[in-house]
Design a protein around this ligand. Sequence first.
Ligand code: ADP
Length: 559
Amino acid sequence: MKKNRWHWNERTRLLLTLELAVMLPAAALIVFMALRLKSIQRDRQVEAVIQRDFYEVLAISEKHMSEKAHEMVDQVRYQFPSPSEACPESLDTLLEQHPYAAHVFLYNPDRGLVLRARQERMNEADFRAESEDLMKWLSWTKFEYSGVIKEFKEMDSKGKKPVFFEHKWVPRGDKHAYQSVAIFLAPHTPGQEPTIGGMAFDTEYLRDRFFPEMLNSLINRNLAETQSDKSGHSRAVMMLHVKGESSPLATSADWDGGAPEVERNLETAFPGLTLAIKLHGTTLASLGQRFIRTSFLILGALSVLLAAGILLTYRNVWKEVALARLKSDFVSNVSHELRTPLALIRLYAETLEMGRLSSQEKYHQYYSIIRKESERLTALINNILDFSRIEAGRKEYDFRETDIAELVRNTLESYRYQIEQHGFALQESIADDLPPLRLDREAIARSLLNLVNNALKYSQIEKYLGVTLYRDNGSVKLEVVDHGIGIPHGEQHKIFEKFYRVGDPLVHNTKGSGLGLSLVRHIVQAHGGDVSVESAPGKGSKFTIALPVNSGAGGGSNG
Ligand code: ADP
């Protein structure tokens, strides 16, 4: 009862410690992570992060595109002829040098409006129409001249380039195509009125060369710096379309169609166009779902690992606790076992010393008691010494070719007196045709004695001891049978563990250290064999040592 309560306390404390120190924090962490993932899923945060990246990429891209367009316009602007020199030839040269320009034009009140189109395209009807259109459109320059010039000067004084862009739709067959027109302040010529200059981008050049090249370089340049590319899953692709239309005007090389994730209406160099970005081969939503799914999977796996870890720790710690308990039992058992024979020896020795015994027989009886008790002490101490050698890994065996039948017979013979004194009927059955085995004589004899001793100790009513030695296929078997108290089924695998004693009151009242069977098992296993038990409570037990014939039980090994 008392033992049970102790057992319980120990277990509860262990459980509490594990729960408070490990399980609670771990469980809290897992729950926290799960909740967090849930909220990420709800708020679509993963998608939001990539989307933010995309917005950034588009903003940077617009900036790069507009810088590039400004550079191109500047090249034309700096080489712009002064109004007095502006003639078809000088303007043609300008167009020749800058293939991306389809038309150049200028206006000031002195010269009026001068427009020159790329001559080699003038045989195309669409292009001619485009040129005429532009000429008409430019009539605003006359009316808004002073306002525009004022605006340019303000821009100039603020350090901004005096350039702005307009977009136009130019006829192409029965459709219209996008064109961007740059209007700027032409370089100033002293003594002349300020001049409005301008160029119209070549529509086909923009569509077929400038935009695709720009988109590809933007993808490579911007995305190398942003997260979505580093994660390695999918790269981004971009396209450009007319605002309000969905079909692309130009795309980056591996555009795979589908709806863009994020768009940005361009305002600076290419007004009227929209820049769009998406992931190649997937969508943000499915990417987010995949992230959440893998996160949950990882979390699940971690939880399982954690649970397994806790279980393992619990089992190990519990084993240690149980062993510590067994050790403390062992100490008290052994002290008890040492004290009894010593007390007996002292008692009989003192009696003998007084020399007052009546008969020679009595003397003889007392001497034999002293001898027996000291033999018991020796056996116990041998067990303990063997055990400590085994524990330290220093137990050595002396394997020699041995006639095991003779060994068993001799061992029993030297013990027969005791067996009979205890009132046991000994039944021996030893086969004669056994092959010689390589054995450590002393160790095997000790194993047999341990088994015989247990049979004597744990038999109360029916005092029977049977020892049988026989050959069974590839092994020689040594059986020790009793009709004693037996061992409950659930305990049978534990009794071979060190210090273990069955928690039965019948056993508790019998002296023992819990070492005997663990030694037997160690010794037998060192011989390459094994020991087993069959038992039923109240009916008796049968221990069987099986030793392999021709076991190469390598000489002198230890366990
Ligand atoms: P000890 O006998 O010193 O306690 P052992 O290692 O020899 O230690 O035995 C371990 C336990 O196995 C014993 O305490 C006892 O409960 C049980 N046991 C061993 N042999 C027998 C047997 N022949 N009959 C019943 N129980 C036994």
